[in-house]
Design a protein around this ligand. Sequence first.
Ligand SMILES: Nc1ncnc2c1ncn2[C@@H]1O[C@H](COP(=O)(O)OP(=O)(O)O)[C@@H](O)[C@H]1O
Ligand SMILES: [Mg+2]
Length: 150
Amino acid sequence: MEYKITTHNEEETIELAANIESEKFPNMVICLNGDLGSGKTVFTKGFATSMGITETITSPTFTIIKEYLYGELPLYHMDVYRLDGATEGVGIEDYYKKGGVVIIEWADTIEDILPKERLDIKFISSDENKRVLVIEPHGKQYEDICEAIL
Ligand SMILES: Nc1ncnc2c1ncn2[C@@H]1O[C@H](COP(=O)(O)OP(=O)(O)O)[C@@H](O)[C@H]1O
Ligand SMILES: [Mg+2]
């Protein structure tokens, strides 16, 4: 099952992220894919704000993983683009079980070590402000969330 949602501006993407956030649970993993500038970080910002994280969320391209530990649940925001698939020794898998929410930008580049149960969101940018978000739940918990809010 796959859901396609079209957003027409940044605010609509933030609103969708907030809806998903309202169904968050410990050890939730959200995998974001799509070209540069397609809205992955905008989505993450919307999610984080909804969690009560007030700090500015920036793309953690240089740090790979940024931790926000004071929201309703811990948030682990990753941008794994620069790893270029070299995940050994980084400890990414440890984050799946820390009890927080994990959001991974460029998740496809580390496909081999993604958890089986997760929410995949692909951002397809067709013009300046329009984005098609293809949302694919893997596992019952994620399927239920999609049914509830999409
Ligand atoms: N519908 C939309 N959803 C999300 N972002 C949008 C949308 N329309 C325009 N934008 C703009 O696209 C850019 C997305 O940037 P960003 O989220 O950093 O991309 P990524 O993290 O995928 O590289 C932002 O400048 C944002 O304002
Ligand atoms: Mg980004």
